[in-house]
Design a protein around this ligand. Structure first.
Ligand code: DX5
Ligand code: ZN
Length: 225
C-alpha cells in the first residue's frame, strides 16, 4: 500500500518545506500534479518547481502526473527535474503508445491515467506496457473536489484484468481520497492512494498518513502489495 500526498494541496508559499514535511511524515511517494491550462482548465507548476523541491525530499519517489496536452515536449524536462515515474493520459489517443515508449526509454517508471468519463476499455491495449494505472476519481484540474463513486467499477475491472493477465501494474486512485473513500477504493482493488487536501491540510500529517494506510490495509481484498 502506497500513500502519495499531492503537493497541489500544499502551502505554495513554502513548497520545499512542504515536500520535506511529507517525507518526514512517512509518505511513500510525493504526487506532483502538472496542469497546463489546456488539457485541464488550470495551471499548477512546472519542471523548475519540481527540480527546486527535489533536494528537500531526497528519499521520496517522485510520481509526476502530467495533465498536459503535449507531454512529448515535457518528458525530458521532468526527468531532469527528478521524476521517478511519469504518468500520461489515455485521452491523448494515438499518441499514447509512443509516449509510454519514450518514458520507458528515458529509464523511468511508466504510468497511464484515465479520466472519469472515459471508458476503462481504452486502457486495455496498454496494460502490458505500464507500471501504474491511475484511475481518476474526480475530473482533473482542481484539488478539494468530491469523490465520484461511479469510478469504483473501473477500479474493480482494472484489478480483475491485472489478476487475469498476471500483470503487476500498481492501481492508483486520485481525487477526493479521504479516510472514507480510501476504504472503498481499497476494497475495489486499489493499492496506491493520492491524497491532497486530506493530508496536506492536516497539522499532523504523520498521524493522517498512518491512519489512511491502516484503513487501506484493513480493506484490501487480498494480501497487499
Ligand atoms: C486533480 C489532481 C489531484 C488532486 C487531488 O486534478 O490530479 O491529484 O491534487 O487532490 P484532493 O485529494 O484534494 O482531491
Ligand atoms: Zn494527480
Amino acid at each position: 500500500m502506497i500513500i502519495a500526498p499531492s503537493l497541489l494541496a500544499a502551502d505554495f508559499t513554502r513548497l520545499g518545506k512542504e515536500a520535506g514535511r511529507a517525507a518526514r511524515a512517512g509518505a511513500d511517494w510525493l504526487h506532483l500534479d502538472i496542469m497546463d491550462g489546456h488539457f485541464v482548465p488550470n495551471i499548477s507548476f512546472g519542471p523548475e518547481v519540481v527540480a527546486a523541491v527535489r533536494p528537500l525530499a531526497k528519499k521520496l519517489f517522485f510520481d509526476v502526473h502530467l495533465m498536459c496536452s503535449k507531454p512529448e515536449i515535457l518528458l525530458e524536462l521532468f526527468v531532469k527535474a527528478g521524476a521517478d515515474q511519469i504518468t500520461v493520459h489515455v485521452e491523448l489517443g494515438e499518441r499514447v503508445a509512443p509516449l509510454l515508449w519514450k518514458i520507458r526509454a528515458l529509464g523511468k517508471k511508466v504510468g497511464l491515467a484515465i479520466n472519469p468519463p472515459t471508458s476503462i476499455a481504452e486502457v486495455q491495449p496498454f496494460l502490458g506496457k505500464i507500471d501504474l494505472l491511475l484511475v481518476m476519481t474526480v475530473n482533473p484540474g482542481f484539488g478539494g473536489q468530491s469523490f465520484i463513486h461511479e469510478c469504483l467499477p473501473k477500479i474493480q475491472q482494472a484489478d480483475a484484468w491485472r489478476r487475469a493477465k498476471k500483470l503487476n501494474y500498481r492501481l492508483e486512485v486520485d481525487g477526493g481520497i479521504n479516510n472514507a473513500t480510501v476504504a472503498e477504493c481499497a476494497r475495489a482493488g486499489a493499492d496506491t492512494f493520492v491524497a491532497g487536501t486530506a493530508l496536506f491540510r492536516q497539522r499532523n500529517m504523520g498521524a493522517a498518513i498512518k491512519k489512511m494506510r491502516k484503513i487501506a490495509h484493513a480493506n484490501a481484498p487480498r494480501s497487499p502489495i
